[in-house]
Design a protein around this ligand. Structure first.
Ligand code: UDP
Ligand code: MG
Length: 320
């Protein structure tokens, strides 16, 4: 029983009652074929359906499966973080619960890890069964993010990846709240490589990333790694002030040296509204940053755990 665990697999779950059993079976198959001690860590991110019940049932029968049960929904990135915090393996694999990331790729990742890589990420060559909107926004987002930040974050990669224990320990030192984990892992450095794969369509159920969560996710990614939006705001402000100053000189010149009198109420109102709009947008950008500073300043724990299953005593005591 006390054999050292080689590989921990972290699976975040949010309302995945339709897929959890199938995911468990496929993961189990792959992990058994490796013939090495492993653990599967389910993180139930406050699901409102039967996910928690099914996960508990699996834990009753199979002691290699462990469960971290959140007190409420804390979000995908936080669920992954918790899984890593609780993991014991020498290598940690993070995989989505919906079988969009094929578990069969894990042995290949482990092979690469044995060759000496500390991070092996899955690179999406193709995305099946996703809407045009999702594919398009994802494509634009990854490229936009690359332009906005100074960190070399690989495009078209999700959280499906293997990380070495030392990367996991380094990640634990990064305590920020609104996390963009794949970016943080790039920021950490270490020896990284990618394996290409075709992203299948969701096995069942629907995406747990509606537009609102996608926007929050994108804002987290950008604000965590760049303050370029703030810089752009000030550059834009300078440009506008310069233009208005030139225009002011023109108006004074016309008043003094020509007979032409400036008229127009409508244009004044339009210009005013335009500038108020710009000011509000810039205030909004600042707000995004200030809100995140506020989150950090409160220093609340990242997540609250309701119960855990099948972890060794010391692990349970340490964190909950
Ligand atoms: N997920 C989570 N908490 C959330 C939203 C999603 O743990 O608040 C999990 C979800 O169960 C899945 C993974 O994160 O295992 C990715 O979610 P999803 O497949 O819905 O995202 P998509 O593939 O559509 O981007
Ligand atoms: Mg998915």
């Amino acid at each position: 029983m006390s054999e050292k665990i080689v590989c921990s697999v972290v699976v975040p779950l949010y309302n995945e009652e339709e897929v959890i059993l199938e995911t468990y079976k496929r993961l189990k198959n792959v992990m058994e074929s490796l013939n090495e001690p492993y653990e599967i860590i389910f993180v139930n991110d406050g699901s409102k359906d039967r996910t928690g019940i099914i996960a508990n049932e699996i834990c009753n029968k199979d002691k290699t499966v462990k469960l971290v049960d959140f007190a409420r929904n804390f979000g995908h990135q936080t669920a992954i973080t918790a899984g890593m915090d609780y993991s014991e393996g020498e290598a940690i694999v993070v995989i989505d619960a919906d079988l969009q990331d094929p578990p069969e790729l894990i042995p290949k990742m482990i092979e690469k890890w044995r060759e000496g890589y500390d991070v092996v990420y899955g690179k999406r060559k193709e995305r099946k069964g996703e809407t045009f909107f999702k594919k398009f926004t994802a494509k634009v987002f990854y490229r936009f993010l690359r332009r906005m930040t100074d960190v070399d974050i690989p495009v078209d990669t999700g959280d499906f990846r293997l990380i070495d224990r030392k990367v996991c320990e380094a990640l634990k030192l990064v305590n920020e709240r609104n996390r963009y984990i794949r970016g943080i892992i790039s920021w950490l450095g270490f020896k990284q490589t990618g394996i290409e794969f075709v992203r299948e369509k969701r096995f069942a159920g629907e995406t747990k990333y509606p537009l609102k969560k996608m926007l929050k996710f994108a804002a987290d990614a950008i604000t965590s790694f760049s303050y370029k939006p703030l810089k752009l705001a000030s550059y834009f402000g300078m440009l506008l002030s310069f233009c208005s100053f030139v225009y002011l000189l023109v108006v004074i010149w016309m008043k003094l040296f020509t007979d032409h009198v400036q008229q127009g109420w409508a244009s004044t109102v339009a210009i005013n509204l335009f500038f108020h709009g710009i000011t509000l947008i810039i205030l909004g950008i600042m707000g995004e940053y200030i809100g995140r500073i506020y989150d950090e300043a409160k220093g609340r724990p990242l997540y609250i755990v309701k119960q855990t299953r099948n972890f060794s005593e010391d692990k349970t005591d340490k964190i909950t």
